[in-house]
Design a protein around this ligand. Structure first.
Ligand code: CP3
Length: 365
């Protein structure tokens, strides 16, 4: 018997029916029947929200990630406003790397900038293993959030080794990832040492979040689509597998996401994901054919569509829900993060529309 997870608000215990583990989001990740297709948005915490901008006006990005009360408030903002089916922890993929001893900053309008890029074996040694004490602010924020969120699941996340390596080797964002690839092709031994070290940091960071109570984790390999499948399998897959398979018995669904990864979807599933994130370039039914029927999919509205007139948005949401029916589980999302210029009211309308179009009465199965 399934419990109606939409109406009950019980916050007093962990293992009750209707808690986060029984939410539509977690059920979809596990390919179980759902009362409606769950929806959340990558980069929903921040970006387009005026209430976020107000908080951030006087606090630099990395500092806001290290203050548990701010992390908690920013993480809750999109849940309150949009009624999304999951919260994502407010943090950044470079937070654990900074905790591991690398001097970096997140520069407004640019992204992460690394003071001394990693280019040699001695540089790799500067990336220390991390423990819970190094990221105690994340531990604390997650524990607070789990209480505040009640039945709504919290998604923890980390950057995958390739995407982190790209920032560390380039020193900042890069369109071509040229220095990263030069190191990868030119010195495979050093490359594997770097990614092995980053996989350890990432795994430790995700374990801290899981122990503190997140209900699912997402591994962001945002820039993996820059690689051919052969190179992905040789240079990246072993390291992302080390992270995801290291969490196989942790009891939470694992989502694996990248952009421009149409050719890599099968391999990204093989890395040990329960859910594979798909960008807008690959229709979800085609993606399911590549990923296989033993995994759920997440996606895949083009974030730019949200800037178009509502009838266009509505038609695209309908198409994606229809194509998502080919998958054994579908979590509605964007194909990449919310753009800062997005009207938050459109996001709220999309959540309501996804819920309305996908609602199933329990007797319909
Ligand atoms: O999803 C969420 O809402 C949770 C928070 C989150 C942030 N970054 C907050 C953030 C998450 C999940 C990330 C992940 C992240 N960070 C990724 C992977 C996801 C993706 O979009 O591909 C990457 C590549 C980064 C690195 C990074 N951090 C970039 C490229 C930027 C953009 C710089 C800019 O000005 O647009 C950031 C900064 C950042 N991370 C912001 C937020 C809310 C904006 C900072 C600000 O408001 O000043």
């Amino acid at each position: 018997m399934t419990t109606d997870t939409t109406g009950t608000v019980a916050r007093d215990g962990e293992s009750r029916p209707g808690g986060p583990a029984d939410s539509p989001f977690i059920r979809a990740c596990r390919r179980r029947p759902v009362p409606h297709t769950p929806v959340w948005f990558m980069r929903q915490a921040g970006r387009s929200l005026p209430e976020y901008r107000e908080i951030r006006a006087s606090v630099p990005m990395l500092e806001s990630c290290r203050r548990p009360e701010l992390v908690t408030e920013i993480t809750l903002q999109p849940v309150r406003r949009h009624g999304v089916d999951a919260a994502i922890l407010f943090s950044d993929i470079v937070v654990p790397v900074a905790a591991a001893g690398i001097d970096l900053d997140i520069v407004p309008g640019t992204g992460p900038v690394v003071a001394e890029p990693i280019r040699t074996a001695a540089d790799v040694e500067r990336i220390r293993p991390i423990t819970r004490d190094d990221v105690s602010y994340v531990d604390e924020a997650v524990r607070q959030l789990v209480v505040e969120l009640g039945d709504t699941p919290l998604i923890g996340f980390a950057g995958a080794p390739f995407t982190l390596a790209s920032y560390l080797v380039e020193g900042g964002p890069s369109r071509t990832h040229a220095k990263t690839k030069a190191l990868m092709y030119g010195d495979p031994e050093l490359w594997h040492a770097l990614c092995g070290r980053l996989a350890e940091v990432t795994l430790a960071f995700l374990r801290v979040q899981i122990e503190a109570g997140v209900s699912a984790v997402q591994l962001f390999d945002s820039w993996a689509g820059a690689l051919s499948e052969a190179d992905y399998r040789r240079f990246v897959l072993p390291h992302s597998t080390a992270v995801l398979s290291g969490l196989a018995t942790a009891g939470v669904p694992r989502i694996h996401f990248g952009v421009g990864t149409g050719e890599l979807l099968g391999a990204m599933g093989e890395a040990g994901a329960d859910v594979v994130g798909v960008d807008w370039r690959t229709p979800l039914d085609v993606a399911t054919g590549r990923i296989g029927a033993d995994k759920a999919v997440q996606g895949n509205l083009d974030p730019c569509v949200l800037l178009a007139p509502w009838p266009v948005v509505e038609a695209e949401v309908r198409r994606i829900l229809e194509q998502g029916r080919a998958a054994p589980g579908h979590v509605f999302n964007l194909g990449h993060g919310v753009l800062p210029e997005t009207d938050p009211e459109v996001l709220t309308r999309v959540v309501a529309l996804v819920h309305e179009l996908s609602s199933r009465r329990a007797d319909q199965g």
